[in-house]
Design a protein around this ligand. Structure first.
Ligand SMILES: [Zn+2]
Length: 196
C-alpha cells in the first residue's frame, strides 16, 4: 500500500484509506552566534489534500487518452449559442447554462497556433517542469477563448503552428498531461511518456 492516503467515491461519498498526514520528528533550531543555544524547533509535516475536479473531471480523464475536450453552449435561448470554450468551461458565461462537452482534438491538431508566449527562467515552489518554461497562449479556429499551456520542444514564436501532445503513459491526471510541440515534430523526439 502507498504511504499516502487513497481516496475513492462510493455511494456519493469520499471513502478514505490509509494515512492522510504524517508526523516527522522535530528538528532543533539553534543560534550560531550564541554557542548554538536552542531557539526552537521545526515541525515538518506532510499532508494529502483532496482536490475535487467536479464537472471538469472528463477533461483530465481524456488527456491521458490523447484527447482534448472543450465545451460549447448549445442553449437555444443564449445570445452567444455556439460559443466554444478551451479551456474547458462547465457553464456558459453568457447564459449560465450547462455547456456540451465536445472533442476538439482534430481542431487542435489542424489549427492550433501560438497567440503569444512567455519564457520563465524561474519558477515557484513545487514546479516540476524543465526551465526555462515556455508558456504559450494558444488560439484555435472556431474557438472563442485562448488556452494557456507549455511548449515542450523548440522556441515559441507568435503565429507558430503547434500540435498537442498527451501524456498517455503514466498520466498524472493534471494539466501537465497536455503539452505542445512545433508542427512536424517527429514522434521519437517527444518527451518520455508523451505521444500525439
Ligand atoms: Zn450560453
Amino acid at each position: 500500500m502507498s504511504m499516502f492516503g487513497q481516496v475513492y467515491v462510493s455511494n456519493g461519498k469520499y471513502r478514505l484509506k490509509g494515512d492522510f498526514h504524517h508526523m516527522t520528528p522535530n528538528i532543533p533550531i539553534r543560534n550560531a552566534e550564541d554557542g548554538w543555544k536552542l531557539m526552537g524547533v521545526t515541525n515538518p509535516r506532510s499532508m494529502t489534500y483532496i482536490h475535487t475536479y467536479g464537472g471538469e473531471a472528463p477533461f483530465f480523464e481524456a488527456l491521458g487518452k490523447g484527447k482534448l475536450l472543450g465545451t460549447r453552449c448549445d442553449n437555444e435561448g443564449c445570445e452567444y449559442k455556439g460559443s466554444v470554450y478551451q479551456p474547458f468551461r462547465i457553464h456558459c458565461p453568457d447564459c449560465l447554462g450547462r455547456n456540451t462537452i465536445i472533442d476538439m482534438t482534430a481542431t487542435a491538431k489542424k489549427t492550433a497556433k501560438v497567440h503569444t508566449f512567455m519564457v520563465c527562467e524561474r519558477s515557484g515552489a513545487f514546479n516540476i517542469l524543465d526551465k526555462p518554461i515556455k508558456f504559450i497562449n494558444i488560439e484555435f479556429e472556431g474557438v472563442d477563448t485562448i488556452l494557456m499551456s507549455y511548449l515542450s520542444l523548440g522556441d515559441p514564436e507568435i503565429g507558430m503552428k503547434v500540435v498537442p501532445i498527451f501524456r498517455k503513459q503514466n498520466p498524472t491526471y493534471t494539466i501537465l498531461d497536455l503539452s505542445w510541440v512545433p508542427e512536424g515534430t517527429p514522434e521519437k523526439d517527444l518527451p518520455e511518456n508523451f505521444g500525439f
